[in-house]
Ligand binder design. Sequence first.
Ligand code: UDX
Ligand code: UDX
Length: 464
Amino acid sequence: MNIKNICCIGAGYVGGPTMAVIAQKCPEINVTVVDINEQRIAAWNDENVENIPIYEPGLSDVVKEARGRNLFFSTDVDAAIDKADMIFISVNTPTKTYGIGKGMAADLKFIELCARQIARVSKDDKIVVEKSTLPVRTAEALKNILDNTGNGVNYQILSNPEFLAEGTAVDDLMNPDRVLIGGDLDTSEGKEAVEALVDIYAHWIPRERLLTTNVWSSELSKLTANAFLAQRVSSINAMSELCEKTGADVNEVSKAVGMDSRIGPKFLKSSVGFGGSCFQKDILNLVYISKSFGLHEVADYWEQVIIMNDYQKRRFAYKIVQTLFNTVSGKKIALLGWAFKKDTNDTRESAAIYVADYLLNEQAEIVVYDPKVKTEQIYADLDYLNTRSSEENKAKVKVVNTAYEAAKDAHAVAVLTEWDEFKGLDWEKIYKEMLKPAFLFDGRRLLDKQTKEEIGFEFYAIGN
Ligand code: UDX
Ligand code: UDX
């Protein structure tokens, strides 16, 4: 089957970059990305390609090449669905904040709305591709809705989980370790649909890296991959506290352990805690699914990864309080970095939000500098926690445009995102402008301890 028109519902961190790369690599296929958020679509269509709503290194070049040629951004969801042979669903699936499974299960409201819209609009057969991270067996629910409410056309549901990491999304899409395509391999229609998607990726990815599986293995593999990655971070973070107590250095331990080729060096960097839209959500999903099958030991095992992560964020904030003579009330604390990792403007589940929240509970005055995150986003993140009123957040948190401004007259500076620019700061200048004793808390092991101590900082780094 030859795909001529693709529609992607959801122009977010996943849908946007993925479709841009597909369009760039497959010039003969028309790709339309739709979203109900008009502002977001307007930003994707902004004449100045640097103003697209998602910051990813290399993305604006890809968009520049394909946009208007075979890559389109639109709010006309119905029209795009109608025209498409293949529809990707890339809408968000946040953790439920209400009802059954609150705080754990994925909220599939948007997925279901998409399915109903596809069913209403479609007049010919479609391949529907799940791109959003979903609980296992969501494909079945999708199929049920489509088959029972549709116009009698045939649907094939594929699972094609996304493994791109933010900040390296374009690289990950151009050169993935593997692409997973789950489908109904027991029927010829299912096989044909899987092949259609394989053919798209085969435009630029060697076929041996395109893995085809049944739908459920594909769905579960995505959750498993993220759970394993997050588990490594929690494992090394657990060791970071032990390092601090015993005088070991977590970076040395991490290096030594990672050189064992059976373990490998990646995802062993101790930090103030992992963030991002996926890790916590996917593990909570795994925990919820396990519990719902009565697998309590399995659920508890994975839940511990989250417990450790929450502890690490709290521990870091309390370390600040404790070191500043057990009180930060009225003290100015500069936070460098708000994004959940470098090279992205995404702040979902960022450790910085929680560290700020704990410090605000202790009546600190917070000043934030992040090179990419917008001021409104910082306030929105704090307001979302609902710990205090929006007015109080505005009164107690200031957002500034440089690290130097943030540090001026501060009692302490805390590095929360590993932005490269923080390494190159003039730390002597920062030290001079701070109140003394000046404290520096490195939540990312970004800075060279010796230099900082030579400058005069009271220096704390996670894991020594
Ligand atoms: C993705 C995945 O889809 C999610 O499952 C994964 O866990 C995180 O990454 P992401 O692209 O990061 O989500 O989400 P987001 O940037 O919020 O984009 C989703 C977009 O879908 C939003 O722009 C939203 O407006 C749009 N949307 C949502 C619709 O167009 N229609 C809807 O019904 C719901
Ligand atoms: C992750 C997965 O890597 C990706 O495959 C999936 O599709 C989406 O979720 P992402 O959330 O973008 O990607 O970022 P990732 O690079 O995995 O980092 C997640 C968090 O872990 C970040 O806060 C990061 O700072 C932290 N981290 C990562 C560490 O603290 N230490 C490490 O060694 C690695």
